[in-house]
Design a protein around this ligand. Structure first.
Ligand SMILES: Nc1nc2c(ncn2[C@@H]2O[C@H](COP(=O)(O)OP(=O)(O)OP(=O)(O)O)[C@@H](O)[C@H]2O)c(=O)[nH]1
Ligand SMILES: [Mg+2]
Length: 402
C-alpha cells in the first residue's frame, strides 16, 4: 500500500486534526502528535503549537481530494467542461516516474520508522499509531465537541479493551466506543414517586435556563399523563412576572400553586401538600457568581428535606461555563442534572464532558419552548445518540424505543 505522509501544525490539536481530515480524509491515521513552542527567546515565551504527523494510503487521499473537488466542479460554467486531468496524469505516469515515486515513498517510510522509534523512546506526549477507524471515531467525537482530553481517554480505553484483530474491525471498534461512552454516561432518568410520602423536587440553576418551563412540563407529565396529584411551590418572587408565569401554568394544568417568601412559608407550603404525590419547587434563577443569593436558596430548601435537587443547565453554553456553574451551585447539594435548550445547539459533546467529570445523573432532556411536550426522561441511548451526532428528535426518542 502506497502511503502519503504529511505534517501539520496548528495552535491546538483539534485544529490540526481538522486540517488532517480536510486534507487527507477521515481514513487518515494519526502517527504522532507533539507539542512545541514557536518563537520566543531560548524557547521561552513562545507560542505553544501542536504538530501532527498523519498518513493515509494514496487511494483514499485521492478519493477524499476528489470529494472536495466536486462542489467546485459543479459550480463551473457549463461552457468550459474541463477534462478530468489529475486522473489521466496518474494513469499515464511513465514506468520511470512511477519507480521514482516508489523509491521516494520507501524513503519516507524509512524516515517515518526511525522517527517513530525515536519518538517512542524519548517523547512522553506521543500518541501511538491507532488503526484508521480509531482516527475517524476520534474525529467524530471532537467534531461533536467532546473535549480532546476525554476523546483521547475514550480512544485509549477502546484500544485497551479490544483484541488485536478486532481493532481493525469497524463494527467491533464502534461497539467498543459505545461501551466506553455508556460507561461514562450517568443517567437517573424520570422522577420516581416514592409511595405514601410525597416526592419533593426542586429545580435550581442560572437565570433563564428554563426552570419554570421545565417545572410546567414535568407537572404536565405527572398530572395529565400519569394522573398523579401534583403541587407547585414557587420561591421565585424576585422577578415580577415570575409568579404570574407559574400561576398561568397552574391554572392551565389545574395544579395548585403556593408562593413562598421565607423558609417558614416554605415549610408551611410543603406541609400543606402532604397529600400530594409530587411537589415541584421552582426557584429564582441566580448567576453562579452570586454566592450570597445561592445560599439564600439553600436556606429556603433546607426546610424541605428530604428532597431531590435538579441543577438545570442550557445545553448550548460553553463547557467552561458548565463547569463553573456546576461548581458554584455545589453548596445546594444538587443530585441530578437537567439539560434544556437542546434545540438551540447542534453538538452535544459538552453534555458528556460535564457528566463524565461530575458524579451526578441526568434526569431530563428538554428541547423546545412548548408546554406540554418537548421533554424526555434522559436515557443512555438518547445521550449516546446525541454525543455521536444523531439528529436531535431521533436521538431523544431512542430512550422510548428501547
Ligand atoms: N428553545 C428552548 N427554549 C426554552 C426551553 N426551555 C425554556 N425555554 C425558553 O427559555 C426562556 C426562559 O424560560 P424560563 O422557564 O422562564 O426560564 P427560568 O430558568 O425559569 O428563568 P428565571 O426564572 O428567570 O431564572 C423562555 O423563553 C422559555 O420559553 C427549551 O428547552 N428550548
Ligand atoms: Mg423561572
Amino acid at each position: 500500500m502506497a502511503m502519503k505522509v504529511k505534517r501539520y501544525e496548528a495552535p491546538t490539536l483539534q485544529e490540526a486534526l481538522q486540517h488532517v481530515k480536510r486534507d487527507l480524509g477521515s481514513e487518515a491515521v494519526i502517527l504522532q502528535t507533539r507539542k512545541f513552542n514557536r518563537g520566543g527567546v531560548f524557547g521561552l515565551l513562545g507560542k505553544s503549537m501542536v504538530e501532527v504527523l498523519a498518513a493515509t494510503d494514496m487511494e483514499s487521499a485521492g478519493a477524499s481530494a476528489e470529494r472536495r473537488e466536486q462542489p467546485r466542479a459543479a459550480a463551473r460554467p457549463a461552457q468550459s467542461p474541463a477534462p478530468r486531468k489529475p486522473a489521466q496524469t496518474q494513469q499515464s505516469a511513465s514506468p520511470k516516474a512511477e519507480e521514482e515515486m516508489r523509491s521516494e515513498l520507501r524513503e519516507v517510510k524509512n524516515a517515518l520508522q526511525t522517527l517513530l522509534h525515536k519518538s517512542r523512546a524519548e517523547e512522553q506526549e506521543t500518541v501511538n499509531p491507532y488503526p484508521p477507524i480509531f482516527g475517524s471515531l476520534y474525529l467524530q467525537l471532537i467534531e461533536n465537541d467532546v473535549s480532546d482530553a476525554l476523546a483521547q481517554d475514550i480512544i485509549r480505553a477502546m484500544d485497551d479493551s479490544l483484541s488485536e484483530e478486532d481493532k481493525d474491525d469497524e463494527e467491533a471498534a464502534r461497539a467498543a466506543l459505545e461501551r466506553q461512552l455508556r460507561r461514562l454516561l450517568k443517567v437517573s432518568g424520570a422522577i420516581t414517586l416514592s409511595g405514601r410520602e410525597p416526592k419533593t423536587v426542586a429545580l435550581v440553576g442560572p437565570t433563564g435556563v428554563g426552570k419554570t418551563t421545565t417545572i410546567a412540563k414535568i407537572a404536565t407529565v405527572f398530572a395529565l399523563q400519569k394522573k398523579k396529584s401534583v403541587g407547585i411551590i414557587t420561591a421565585d418572587t424576585y422577578r415580577i412576572a415570575a409568579v404570574e408565569q407559574i400561576k398561568v401554568y397552574s391554572e392551565i394544568l389545574d395544579v395548585p400553586v403556593k408562593v413562598v417568601y421565607t423558609a417558614e412559608d416554605m415549610k408551611r407550603a410543603v406541609d400543606s401538600f402532604a397529600d400530594r404525590d409530587l411537589i415541584l419547587i421552582d426557584t429564582a434563577g441566580r448567576s453562579h457568581w452570586d454566592a450570597p443569593r445561592i445560599s439564600e436558596i439553600r436556606d429556603l430548601l433546607a426546610v424541605c428535606y428530604p428532597l431531590e435537587i435538579h441543577l438545570t443547565l442550557s445545553a448550548h453554553i460553553r463547557y467552561k461555563d458548565m463547569l463553573d456553574i456546576s461548581d458554584k451551585f455545589r453548596p445546594l447539594a444538587y443530585n441530578h442534572l437537567i439539560f434544556t435548550k437542546l434545540d438551540e445547539t447542534s453538538t452535544y459533546g459538552n453534555l458528556i464532558n460535564l457528566i463524565a467529570s461530575r458524579n451526578v445523573g441526568v434526569s431530563y432532556l428538554c428541547f423546545g419552548q412548548n408546554v406540554p411536550g418537548e421533554i424526555e426522561a434522559a436515557s443512555p441511548g438518547a445521550l449516546l445518540n446525541l454525543v455521536m451526532g444523531k439528529p436531535l428528535k431521533q436521538a431523544v426518542n431512542a430512550g422510548r424505543e428501547r
